[in-house]
Ligand binder design. Structure first.
Ligand code: C2O
Ligand code: CU
Length: 493
């Protein structure tokens, strides 16, 4: 396996250069001031090792996924021609132990190229499934074997990273559960994994028409709705929960007294989901698979596309209850299932009282480890939408024109993100977990995440350690926004 160790390289703080240019006198003064500081940061630093260094247990788990077309029944009588891994939506649950070496052989039987991105796994860049700069897409008829050490533990998932609207939207996604080596708490009595999202399908005979490489995709101009309209756009067939629309979605059975864990994954394309279980409240234990410093009690959880939450509830209210999204329109379009207690299968299903507004947990309540150190680099990204050309942008620029984030191995990179647009933007970083270290100018020891959903007007500081050399993506996980430019690259110098 890959074994690299990176030493903390001394080179201090290139991002400060512009400020130093003010005058030669201040330059000289500041240099004398900065040098000791740089040294103390160096001793303050973690030993910089790549994320999987020392994690491999030596145990190997092998899987194979065949990517193909399928006739999929969303609900009785509603059959669509779409895509699936191993003929099923979602793809099979890959459940491994932290530190396992995971080997997944992917065979592409489609007439288009494809890749798989392992969302939330900190892996070597060549295994990241980003077409173009991570790997060549897997050609029609071809195959590729992904191999990585399963880290960090938690609720992860996988999805196609080619022509996302069509392939990911068409059902090419599945759960990847990494069980912790040392579980902090005893396992729950019952556990369910739910992948929820829009299912989009192409009209018969149409092909996906986005270019398969990342960099090509937007060179035809600033994407946006004008360009989107020129594609053969898929039809959104409403929402599915584990591949089925309510009431076809399989109910979750529980027995009175059980402690039940739900691994909730927003595998959707665009909509923020507000998830709640009638008659119960949730204890939120993990965000994006990573344990919170302390569990958070909440009536609902908000998940942007790409985000995950592990929640638990105690089965102490026998009956048959709605588990659904409260985002307007989503449950009616299929985003609902039921929790059914043993012996209550014939009860009437109970929902939320009219006017009830279950309160979702907020990031402000999510704690993480104490963060330390001053960042070596800071960036600022304002999320905007341009009415002129329909582009969704970072600092007014659509991919590939948006400024790349530059880092050297070992640096702490802080990114302040401000959402000036009216829509939600779930911002996802490949190859690195990040920590939320600031909310609206207030420093916080926030959660470790890989996808952060910003609502209108919100500002967050996120920080990551540049410990995984390569070229990576930072993008909005709303695939429409991503296709319309809301993306940039992270480069190592
Ligand atoms: Cu889950 Cu670049 O994506
Ligand atoms: Cu967005």
């Amino acid at each position: 396996m890959h074994r690299f160790r990176f030493s903390a390289s001394g080179g201090p703080v290139a991002s400060r250069a512009p400020r130093l240019a003010a005058s030669l006198a201040t330059l000289a003064l500041l240099l004398t001031l900065l040098l000791p500081a740089a040294q103390s940061w160096a001793t303050d630093r973690d030993p910089f090792v790549c994320p999987w260094e020392g994690r491999a247990s030596g145990h190997v788990r092998e899987f194979s996924l065949s990517v193909g077309q399928v006739q999929w029944e969303i609900a009785p009588g509603r059959v669509v021609q779409t895509y699936a891994y191993n003929g099923q939506i979602p793809g099979p649950e890959l459940r491994v132990a932290e530190g396992d070496t995971v080997r997944v052989t992917v065979t592409n039987t489609l007439s288009q190229p494809t890749t798989i991105h392992w969302h939330g796994i900190d892996l070597p860049v060549g295994m990241d499934g980003t077409p173009d700069f991570s790997q060549q897409p897997i050609a029609p008829g071809g195959s590729f074997t992904y191999e990585f050490v399963a880290t960090p533990a938690g609720t992860r998932w996988y999805h196609s990273h080619v022509d996302e609207l069509v392939q990911h939207g068409g059902g090419l996604y599945g759960p990847l559960i990494v069980e912790p080596r040392d579980a902090a708490a005893p396992p729950p009595d019952r556990e369910y994994t739910l992948l929820m999202g829009e299912l989009a399908t192409l009209p018969a005979n149409a092909q996906g028409s986005q270019p398969s490489t990342i960099r090509e995709r937007d060179t035809s101009g600033h994407a946006g709705h004008g360009r989107m309209a020129a594609l053969s756009l898929p039809t959104v067939n409403g929402f599915v929960v584990n591949g089925k629309a309510y009431p076809a979605a399989a109910p979750l059975s529980v027995t009175r007294g059980q402690r039940v864990r739900l691994r909730l994954i927003n595998a959707g394309l665009a909509g923020t989901q507000k998830l709640a279980l009638a008659g119960h409240h949730f204890t939120l234990t993990h965000s994006d698979g990573n344990p919170l410093a302390a569990p958070v009690e909440a009536e609902a959880v908000l998940l942007g596309p790409g985000e995950r939450a592990d929640v638990e509830f105690t089965a102490d209210n026998p009956g048959r209850w709605q588990l659904r999204s409260l985002t307007p329109g989503q449950a009616a379009a299929g985003l609902m299932t039921e929790v059914v207690y043993t012996g209550h299968e014939a009860d009437p299903v109970q929902g939320f009282a009219p006017g009830a507004e279950p309160q979702p947990a907020s990031y402000r309540q999510f704690g993480g480890p104490a963060h330390r150190g001053t960042p070596d680099r800071t960036y600022q990204i304002t999320l905007t939408y341009s009415m002129n050309d329909g582009a969704y942008t970072f600092n007014g620029k659509a991919y590939p024109d948006a400024e790349a984030i530059q880092a050297q191995v070992g640096q702490r990179v802080r990114v302040r993100i401000l959402n000036m647009n009216l829509e939600d933007h779930p911002i996802h970083l490949h190859g690195h977990s990040f920590q939320v270290v600031g909310i609206e100018d207030q420093p916080v020891d926030g959660p470790i995440k890989d996808t952060l959903t910003l609502h209108h007007g919100e500002q967050y500081d996120i920080e990551f350690v540049a410990n995984n050399p390569g070229t990576w993506l930072l993008h909005c996980h709303n695939v429409l926004h991503m296709a319309a430019g809301m993306m940039t690259e992270v480069h190592y110098q």
